[in-house]
Design a protein around this ligand. Sequence first.
Ligand code: NAD
Ligand code: ISE
Length: 336
Amino acid sequence: MEELRIGLIGTGAIGRTHITRINTRLSGGKVVACADVNADFCRKIAEQYDLTAYETGEEMIEKAGLDAVVVTTSDAFHERYVLAAVQAGKYVFCEKPLAPSAESCKRIVDAELAAGKQLVQVGFMRRYDPGYRQLKEAIQSRRYGEPLLLHCAHRNASITEPWDNASAVENSMVHEIDVLRWLLGEDYATAEVRFGKSTRRAKEGLHDPQIMVLTTKSGVRIDVESFVCNGHCYDIRCEVVCEDGILNLPKPATIEVLSNTLRGNAVDADWTTRFVEAYNVEFQEWLNATREGRVDGPSAWDGYACQVAAAAASKARDTQTIQPVVYDEMPALYQK
Ligand code: NAD
Ligand code: ISE
């Protein structure tokens, strides 16, 4: 395939960064068209990035002569556009989560099964981060023995409204749900959510911070602190306690500064900077695979599996119980 013609739906914050990375840093494809529910804004973005603006995502998919589609709308609209792309036989990259509920993800899986081939990749970019890739290599090699426990944290300075307790799991901790399943190479067995004392920044009814506890089928126990409005920084941690060693996700390398009698390193203020390299590798690999007519990144099944665990965690949170994580049987299309 020559250079891919790509259309992007959802010209918001991350959508614009993906247009820039594909059109100016990466090779093998160009974003040529866009659509957004905010039509005036979309036209402005189209002018700025030299794209053709369409009134709706569906119209763009039908008329723009595309090879592939990128979906970066708010979570609630992913399903609608991913289904439209799959039904038109287009490859589609959808930002995480694939869709907010397990049922909506399952409808996307069913659409792929009906198409008879994989077309969908989900934007779980942490799998492309060099630090997580080192962790995976170390775990898989078993140089330090079996992984036993994981301690993780996912801290954001602030949240984008609308936000509720479910969003902490389904939109934010879904990154851990995916990357830890990928790191360990196994599915989850149970989920539980406990609350910390809530910060004064949490609006009424929001439990922040909260702690999700997952166990895997082999019995590895994982705790993830989600703190979505800590007010000061973006901080991602992952410590893997193995039988013969403790593995830690490397911290981003930043210069050490000595000033005003303090020694320190700059930290990320929000999500926009922490995983830039991972987004670049993720999209280059997606462009390469799409040009070769295959999907080799996080699949629609991975998107579904994550929302099954997220739904169990949400039920566990609302009922303050431990919930089983029960998946449908994986169709042959996704078995490697
Ligand atoms: P945003 O609010 O800045 O952008 C969302 C865009 O979608 C807006 O321009 C909005 O007008 C548009 N939109 C909403 N409903 C639409 C509809 N029905 N049809 C067409 N367009 C519609 O949000 P964002 O921060 O850019 O997040 C977008 C997506 O990316 C979300 O799914 C989010 O979970 C994901 N995200 C992923 C990461 C990551 O690290 N992988 C980081 C941030 C956001
Ligand atoms: C956001 O949508 C992202 O995906 C960020 O990576 C994550 O840290 C944040 O919590 C989400 O809201």
